[in-house]
Design a protein around this ligand. Structure first.
Ligand code: GFB
Length: 317
């Protein structure tokens, strides 16, 4: 088992949903946590990353920093999604090698798999077919990150590994609306419809695509388990192994929020990939599975959302 106690750990992207969940989870591991704020290092700039790494010398890195967003953000900001993510991962992985980091865990994304991958998706589906066009830019960058880890492992013997999380949601998610992933986008829209007494809420697409969701706190626990127990080249799927249709998801959010009006579907908006449920056998065989059901996770996320200052929830702070 790879020991985290006593190590200097850098969670790159510590303010995001994944990074902040990791910071909470790592509090119990008796390690020293490092942070690189935006003013200290723009992770897209090689010189700034190298300077920060030279000065702070982490032993372990969780690479959770990324430019992310939902289906609309992915299809309307392709340059940012490919450039930012390529630069962030190349800068951090290369300086981790140069400064002798003992272990690094890179986070991929389930859009790395082909649009029509065999379901549930096993790790060997990577690069087995064409990608979903709406998020190909982000997917290509994330595939490059996985391959960077594998290449540095092969050529330099670095213990760099990759996790392949499913669709995520939870505490500190981005609830700004148009650019958000489906859960925060719909939670906010349905919440506002309830407050305004609106008779109808419009959901994008047909409602038929299937998605698998993992709660932020479960993800953080799974990542810690993976870094402690895994050391190999293959990117490891991290999910719950179950999926729901967008329609079923909407019903759950409506129930959690307590909205009484109608829901309609706008099929002129994109559906994206029809289905992407992960095969999670590797994590299961390593003795890990998630604890929080989708309903519980949505309830906890909604409680967190309600407790935020209005401006922050709207992404204005
Ligand atoms: O989370 P999401 O935006 O991205 O979910 P993906 C999109 C699905 O939810 C589509 C439906 O089927 C949409 O039609 N949907 C319904 C909505 N209403 C809404 C809404 O108001 N907002 C949004 N965003 N969707 C993401 C990638 O793909 O998967 C990311 O874009 C990342 O890059 C993530 O890889 C894991 O699940 O389609």
């Amino acid at each position: 088992m790879f020991e985290l106690a006593g190590k200097k750990i850098w969670v790159a992207g510590h303010r995001g949903m994944v990074g902040s969940a990791l910071m909470r989870r790592l509090q119990t591991e008796n390690c020293t946590l490092l942070e690189a704020g935006r003013q200290q290092a723009d992770l897209r700039r090689q010189d700034e990353v190298e300077r920060w790494m030279d000065k702070n010398r982490p032993d372990v890195i969780f690479l959770a920093a990324a430019t992310v967003g939902g289906i609309h953000a992915n299809s309307t900001r392709p340059a940012e999604f490919i450039y930012d993510n390529l630069m962030i991962e190349a800068n951090i992985i290369n300086s981790a090698y140069k400064t002798g980091v003992s272990k690094l865990l890179f986070l991929g994304s389930s859009c790395i798999y082909p649009k029509f991958a065999k379901q549930p998706i096993t790790e060997d589906e990577l690069l087995a077919g064409p990608l979903e066009p709406t998020n190909q830019w982000y997917a290509i960058a994330k595939i490059a990150g996985i391959k960077l880890c594998a290449a540095y492992r092969r050529q330099y013997g670095c213990d760099f590994i990759s996790a392949q999380p499913t669709n995520l949601y939870g505490i500190n998610d981005n609830f700004t609306g148009l650019m958000s992933h489906v859960i925060p986008a719909l939670m906010r829209r349905i919440h506002e419809a309830k407050l305004e007494g609106a008779s109808e809420v419009v959901v994008w697409g047909t409602g038929t695509p299937r998605r698998e969701f993992l709660f932020s706190e479960d993800l953080a626990d799974g990542l810690v388990h993976l870094i402690q127990h895994y050391s190999d080249e293959v990117q490891v799927n991290l999910g719950c192994g179950d999926d729901v249709t967008i329609r079923e998801l909407v019903d759950l959010i409506v129930e959690v929020v307590g909205y009484k009006g109608a829901v309609t579907y706008d099929s002129s908006k994109p559906d994206g990939t029809p289905r992407k449920v992960l095969d999670v056998s590797i994590m299961k065989n390593m003795g890990w599975s998630p604890k929080v059901s989708l309903k519980q996770g949505l309830e906890e996320t909604y409680r967190w959302f309600l407790a935020q200052p209005h401006e922050q929830v709207r992404g204005l702070a």
